[in-house]
Design a protein around this ligand. Structure first.
Ligand code: AMP
Length: 379
């Protein structure tokens, strides 16, 4: 029998960014205590948590000290080394378990896992040597995308190869790292399923979100997306299969490309709450953050019903280019919620916050979200 961690218990979060912050807000609302662990101080999660532990992920003695003070450990940042989750697991359950992180923190391992279990994904080739890249581009054709296998997110560590002339630059940019060459997908849409699995194997999901990216970074999420019922059901079944095969306890996001002929291809897995699920903080009975909490504590998963159509618009550091954004103007747009992550320094491309707009229709919600975001740069 697994022990249920009830309100009053303490959750340890590895990582200290905005995902942990929103998790901590929901956890504290339900009467839990939260400790966060990362190398940084005055962090988005630490500002909300009961206790902010500051330590390197490879300081295993400190990781064990942190883990011994909490009832369960989860994470909001997937590039935590396996040695860290192994050390933490000596003191408290780690959910999802470290092997889920291990598979998903390396694109090559993730793609091999997906391929081995028959989940649909773009054609890819592992790249270790220059000759692999030359062979890969011949086999996959142009355009294709070279990505680092580890440490990549939001388009970092990616080079698009459009013509033979781009191959050498892409190889130089890889800088000796392990790589993955992917066929370029001329997608019609990007989409994601955020799903959760409980300790008892129960499963819940929020349907298929529609995602728009700008410069490889998520810009807007629409819930509901514009997809037909059969495609949504297919995406959810793929997500269910992935969570079951990985034996996930917690939330995992499956990012998809939808091709022009309506096929689903898995782009990436994120074994945690996800930027595309932020809309659920405001528009669903149970948000992705509360669902993560319920899952890792061994509580029943919550109802995921959508209360209203919602659109999430990210706020990147670029909005600060001309000074502090005009918060009052954005707040004047009806049915818009402002989320800021407490980050001190606004850099271009850095996720500083987001807006959620709720409305009777998704088009109205999108209009309101964009109006509020545009208002931020009015003087
Ligand atoms: P990733 O970090 O792999 O999720 O990539 C970030 C974004 O780059 C994706 O959301 C897509 O917009 C774009 N992208 C990545 N890989 C591909 C691909 N193979 N084909 C087309 N677009 C891609």
């Amino acid at each position: 029998m697994q022990r249920v961690i009830l309100p009053g218990g303490t959750i340890g979060v590895l990582g200290s960014g905005q995902l942990g912050r929103m998790f901590a807000i929901k956890a504290r609302r339900m009467g839990y205590r939260v400790h966060t662990y990362s190398p940084d101080t005055d962090t988005p999660t630490g500002q909300i948590a009961d206790r902010e532990w500051i330590g390197d992920y490879d300081d295993l003695a400190k990781v064990r000290a942190f883990a011994s003070k909490v009832d369960v450990i989860t994470f909001e940042f997937e590039n935590v080394p396996s040695a860290t989750t192994d050390a933490a697991a000596e003191c408290a359950p780690v959910r999802p378990h470290g092997s889920v992180l291990h598979v998903t923190q390396n694109r090559l391992r993730e793609k091999r896992f997906l391929e081995q279990h028959g989940f649909p994904l773009p054609d890819f080739r592992p790249i270790h040597q220059h000759a692999d890249l030359l062979r890969g581009v011949t086999e996959l054709g142009f355009p294709c995308v070279l990505k680092t296998a580890g440490w990549g997110y939001d388009g970092k560590g990616q080079s698009r190869i459009n013509t033979p002339d781009d191959v050498e630059d892409a190889w130089i940019a890889l800088d000796g790292a392990e790589g993955v060459l992917e066929a370029f997908v001329d997608f019609a849409h990007e989409a994601s399923v955020v799903a959760a699995r409980g300790v008892d194997g129960s499963f819940a999901h929020f349907g298929l979100f529609e995602n728009n990216h700008q410069n490889h970074i998520l810009d807007l999420t629409l819930d509901p997306g514009s997809f037909d019922v059969a495609l949504q059901a297919e995406a959810v079944e793929i997500a269910r299969g992935i969570l079951e095969t990985l034996d996930v306890v917690g939330v995992l996001c499956v990012e998809f490309f939808i091709t022009r002929d309506g096929k689903l291809l898995v782009n990436e897995l994120a074994p945690r709450v996800h930027n595309s699920g932020h809309v659920t903080f405001d528009n669903c009975i149970t948000s992705q953050f509360e669902q993560q909490l319920r899952a890792v504590c061994g509580l029943p998963l919550g109802a995921t019903d959508r209360l209203r159509p919602g659109v999430m618009a990210n706020l990147l550091g670029d909005l600060w280019a001309e000074g502090e954004p005009n918060w009052a103007a954005a707040c004047a747009v009806p049915n818009v919620k402002l989320h800021l992550y407490g980050k001190m320094e606004a850099r271009p491309g850095r996720k500083m916050g987001h807006l959620t707009a709720l409305a009777d229709t998704i088009d109205e919600a999108r209009t309101a979200a964009l109006a509020a975001r545009n208002a931020l740069t009015t003087r």
